[in-house]
Write a protein of this length. Sequence first.
Length: 257
Amino acid sequence: MTLFSYHPGNTVWHTLDVRCKCLLVCLLSLTVLKTGLPGNIICLCFLMAILKTLGLGPVRLVTQLKAFLLFLILIFFCRWAATPGDPMVTLYGFSLTRQGFTSGSLVSIRFLVVMLLGLILTATTRSMEIKAAVQWFFKPVPFIPENRVAVMAGLALKFMPLILDNAGEVTHAVNARCGNLRKNPVRRLVNLSWPLLKKTFQSADDLSLAMQARCYSEHRTDPRFIPNRKESWIVGLTLIFSAGMLLMDYWITQILN
């Protein structure tokens, strides 16, 4: 079971209406894009606490998200080095600025917060429920086939953990054949990516044949949603939390200016 798979449970996040969860993800994502570094750090701590209750502690997150964390570190150093301002460190005429440090930290934490929001959604919601929510949201939109879009979203969520599992299997197979000892990084990348792409496309073909053999159709019975009657106060608390972060960011900006 990967991080992006559904983790069964009976927490309030599991029983919450999927439409409400999608709304909360959008609301918090927009909030973190409008707030500065302190607000994003508070939101990050809040999300880490939720993940802890779901059994996804920091150790497991760091272990299974190493590639993503390395990507964030790369973004941080690129922003730190490319943003002009007051120098913090100067080496060989190359300056790392305070403004770049702040900008790199903010962008990296924003990426991390948005990713954790999506992780909480996928860990507490079955892919069929997310498919039903996508269909419900797109149904009033004209000229958009909501059934087809919902099927695509559901299949994408199903394939995400499958691709991660295939990547782990291919990595173990390459390492067993001493492929990790090759000095040429391009060759190592080819040895890893080509079997992974082949397995992914083969799985997609098998799924397509299975759906056709079962006479799958986009026009199916509309899904039923079962709210737990806690959606209203959870949305209200989220709005208060978002407003508090925006006000705090405004006050800090006024004080610094």
